[in-house]
Design a protein around this ligand. Structure first.
Ligand SMILES: [Zn+2]
Length: 384
């Protein structure tokens, strides 16, 4: 059975809670291998983390090459007794498919596979260019042995991606309301202000870092980083904690620190942003305040797929099936698209995200059928 519902049920019945695979990738390996794909199972390791299974399958050798990306791992079921249907049952009731991963994102993968198999069957078994699946078992947790390494592994084979569709649940309320075309970057740091510890009764012998860090926090919070860009809201610097670790009421502390996070748009890179914030800090500190920032490493760079032929064909396929004109959004949290964006333009379009990670995660069967038609529409237009 190669319809989206059957494939989704086979996937849902594998309890592939990160880092377990539980047979999920074998379901895809059998289907894709049977359809003529060259299938690779690749295991990645990292000291201190679990080994993770990944799958890369490709059919065709020529360009253009479109890849469907996704993850078969899921978050834990939570209280399984609270589910109306078993979290790994794949039960269908009243038009809904129940199970952990139904929308995030085994359902999306099933629709991609069903659409591709249907497309191949209608075209003598081979695409005009190449189609691949880039599937990881390491997205929901720390994501170090997954997409980031699989992309590198494929690139090392000399293969190139032209475009990618990541089947994460991008829609907010209804199928067709949203394509994710980018995400803001994320950068965190700690601001330190050094003073001189002393007795509160003798402040002239001490230097209190508390009012000084307060003035720096105000200065850095008040000045906007930008006013937004064509596809993004304004960047934002947000302080999340202030600490002196001082238990004594009669001691002026020697140091104060404050943590902050910045969500930044395509006006900045991590490097330019670090320079900008440090420059503002130095200016606000003047000659008197001794301040510095320790930056945390970040692999969450800003990325965006600009509107063009690829987004246009996705929008057309979505409109034809749903009658909706999707918003091209850059909102929300992070996903593996941040890694894929370094290799080719990527869009995220999948099911509706409302029940993801929740008890009774479920997808309307009619949405699975429609999403399969949308992916098929993307393929028809892509290879037209
Ligand atoms: Zn997901």
């Amino acid at each position: 059975m190669t319809d989206a519902l059957s494939i989704a049920r086979d996937l849902l019945r594998c309890p592939s809670v990160t880092p377990a695979d539980a047979g999920a990738l074998a379901v895809l390996e059998n289907l894709l291998g049977g359809a003529g794909f060259e299938v690779h199972r690749v295991t990645f390791s990292e000291p201190g983390t679990a080994d993770i299974d990944n799958l890369y399958a490709r059919i065709g050798t020529s360009a253009p090459h479109i890849s469907f990306a996704g993850h078969t791992d899921v978050v834990p079921a939570g209280d399984e007794a609270a589910w109306s249907h078993g979290a790994f049952s794949g039960d269908v009731k009243d038009g809904f498919l129940y199970g952990r991963g139904a929308v995030d994102m085994k359902g999306g993968i099933a629709c991609g596979v069903a659409a591709v198999l249907e497309y191949l069957a209608d075209h003598g078994g081979t695409p005009k260019g190449s189609i691949s699946f880039l599937i990881t078992g390491d997205e929901e947790d720390i994501a170090v042995n997954g997409t980031i390494k699989l992309l590198r592994w494929v690139a090392a084979r000399g293969e190139k991606f032209d475009h990618c569709v990541l089947g994460e649940p991008s829609n907010v309320e209804q199928l067709g309301d949203c394509i994710k075309v980018g995400r803001r970057g994320s950068l965190s740091g700690t601001l330190y202000v050094d003073g001189i510890q002393g007795h509160v009764a003798y402040p002239h012998r001490a230097a209190n870092p508390v009012p000084d860090i307060a003035s720096l926090i105000v200065a850095l919070s008040n000045e906007p980083l930008d006013r937004g860009s064509a596809q993004f809201q304004a960047s934002n610097l947000e302080f999340t904690s202030v600490d002196v670790g001082n238990k004594a009421g009669n001691v002026i502390p020697g140091q104060a620190r404050a943590k902050f996070n910045i969500r930044f748009n395509d006006h900045h890179s991590q490097e330019t942003l670090r320079a900008l914030v440090e420059q503002r800090m130095t200016k606000a500190a003047g000659n008197r305040i001794r301040a510095r920032i320790a930056w945390e490493p970040s692999n969450a760079n800003v990325f965006v797929t600009k509107p063009g032929a690829f987004t246009d064909l996705a929008v057309a396929a979505i409109e034809q099936v749903t009658g909706r004109q999707p918003e091209l959004s850059t909102g929300g949290g992070t996903s593996d698209a941040r890694f894929i964006a370094s290799y080719c333009p990527v869009i995220e379009f999948g099911l509706v995200g409302q029940t993801m990670h929740a008890i009774d995660e479920r997808a309307p069967v009619s949405d699975l059928e429609k999403l399969t038609k949308i992916y098929r529409g993307v393929l028809d237009r892509y290879f037209d």
